[in-house]
Design a protein around this ligand. Structure first.
Ligand code: ATP
Ligand code: MG
Length: 255
């Protein structure tokens, strides 16, 4: 089956996390699944921007992106992190190909605002080159940076990695999309919620249960299932391992 695996940027520089992800991907490839591995870059992008003296801020869980920070973000996402993942997988004998949404117009995006707020050079994917992706995943694990091609300017746009994974899962009609993060699922009063339904979302946001980066993540799970993906789950590496073994884990997002 077609599986979209989104990994968060919080632990992407942690060798322990990378070996867990590698083991998971290896297991899934052995079972003949086809995989798109979409990655974020949160922490390392923030660190690079800081090093370059570029100030950033977040609006509703999304990073504001000006021209300078887009350049640095693309450098880190499509260069450093993407290639680190490709090399890590290949050292484990897993054939991997790294691209961003820009290559072969794999993801074409349009500039967006967030709840009426301008968030700079940030877009949302509205088209995926499904034919190319399907070709590539028959042979490789496709390691995908979420930077996408702006349909109007022909330049790059930053896309939240969760939304990019949702778009990819929708267009591919993936059987499974896992949003793999540094938390075992959506936590409420100390417990992982086994599922979240769309009608609960506003309430959970209003009560401050779901905040920050978890907001686009739950929304992405919803978009994915609405867009044609079969199952969307939010979990961590341990949870994803369980799911690969046919067990339940994390928080399933349902319409
Ligand atoms: N109810 C909640 N349950 C669990 N985590 C939550 C919740 N509300 C907010 N969060 C926060 O959401 C974070 C996960 O989202 P975040 O965007 O930081 O990570 P990511 O998407 O994996 O990484 P990146 O954005 O770099 O790709 C958690 O680390 C936690 O701080
Ligand atoms: Mg995030």
């Amino acid at each position: 089956m077609k599986i979209v695996l989104k990994i968060g940027g919080n632990e992407i520089d942690d060798p322990g996390f990378l070996s867990e992800v590698t083991a998971l991907v290896g297991k899934l490839r052995k079972a003949n699944h086809q995989i798109v591995l979409v990655h974020g870059g949160g922490k390392e992008i923030t660190a690079l921007l800081k090093k370059l003296g570029i100030e950033t801020h977040f609006v509703s869980g999304m990073r504001y992106t000006d021209v300078k920070s887009l350049e640095a973000t693309e450098m880190m996402l499509s260069g450093g992190i993407n290639k680190r993942l490709v090399k890590t997988l290949q050292r484990a004998g897993i054939s991997a190909l790294g691209v961003s949404g820009v290559d072969a117009s794999i993801m074409v995006a349009e500039k967006i605002t967030r709840e009426g707020d301008d968030i700079g050079l940030v877009g949302e994917v509205f088209a995926v080159n499904v034919r190319v992706v399907e070709d590539l995943i028959s042979e490789f694990v496709l390691v995908l940076s979420p930077i996408s091609l702006d349909k109007t300017s022909g330049e790059s746009l930053n896309v939240n990695a969760d939304y990019a994974a949702a778009a990819m899962a929708s267009f591919l009609k993936a059987e499974l999309v896992i949003f793999l993060s540094n938390v075992p699922g959506v936590i409420n009063s100390g417990d992982v919620l086994p599922e979240i339904q769309e009608r609960q979302l506003e309430e959970l946001k209003k009560n401050g249960v779901i905040t920050g980066g978890m907001i686009p993540k739950v929304e992405s799970g919803l978009r994915a299932v609405k867009g044609g993906a079969r199952i969307a789950v939010i979990t961590d590496a341990a949870g994803a391992g369980k799911i690969a073994a046919g067990e339940n884990a994390g928080t399933q997002v349902k319409v």
